[in-house]
Design a protein around this ligand. Structure first.
Ligand code: FES
Length: 171
């Protein structure tokens, strides 16, 4: 472990304690691996988000301390990039492609349907934590647009009614 318990403020320790041990282990492994490398922050953030599905405050504290970076830099980095989530967790992630190819095939209607069905704007999580809804630039499914993914599983040629059904089925 790269941290000495006696040197950490109790409130920071509480944040660390709230993190699931197995996921914390993955994060610590990444910190140890990337420490001192110029691209470390981006790499470690990705590992953290992969492990936790979002970036809890405790994980960001852990990254700042582990990489010897100012806390403000790490928290600023996390909030600057759209693909890092500082709110969460969400049980499901819905992504709708908004790029031109899917747009020409009706992505706009899918986005509207998702907004209505979920009652939230893109980039938000439903109040009950059931779904995170995002509009993204491409899902790598351009031939089968309009495309969406649910928990990384792609769906092709999706009609608004299909999407409503898929959303309703999410627990
Ligand atoms: S343009 Fe929509 S999946 Fe690539």
């Amino acid at each position: 472990m790269p941290f000495d318990k006696d040197e950490i403020l109790p409130q920071v320790q509480t944040l660390f304690d709230a993190l699931e041990p197995k996921k914390l282990q993955e994060l610590d492994h990444a910190i140890a691996r990337w420490k001192g490398k110029p691209t470390a922050l981006m790499q470690v953030m990705h590992v953290a988000q992969e492990a936790f599905t979002w970036l809890p405050e405790g994980a960001l504290e852990r990254i700042a301390r582990g990489l010897d970076l100012p806390r403000a830099q790490v928290f600023g980095f996390a909030t600057f990039y759209d693909h890092f989530y500082t709110d969460g967790p969400a049980r499901n992630t819905l992504r709708v492609c908004k790029s031109i190819s899917c747009h020409l095939r009706g992505a706009g209607e899918l986005i509207e349907a998702a907004q209505q069905e979920l009652g939230i704007e893109p980039g938000k999580i439903t109040k009950d934590g059931r779904v995170r809804f995002e509009c993204v630039s491409c899902l790598g499914q351009c031939d089968g647009g309009p495309a969406v993914s649910i928990n990384d599983e792609p769906h092709h040629e999706v009609a608004p009614e299909d999407l409503r059904k898929l959303i309703k089925a999410l627990k």
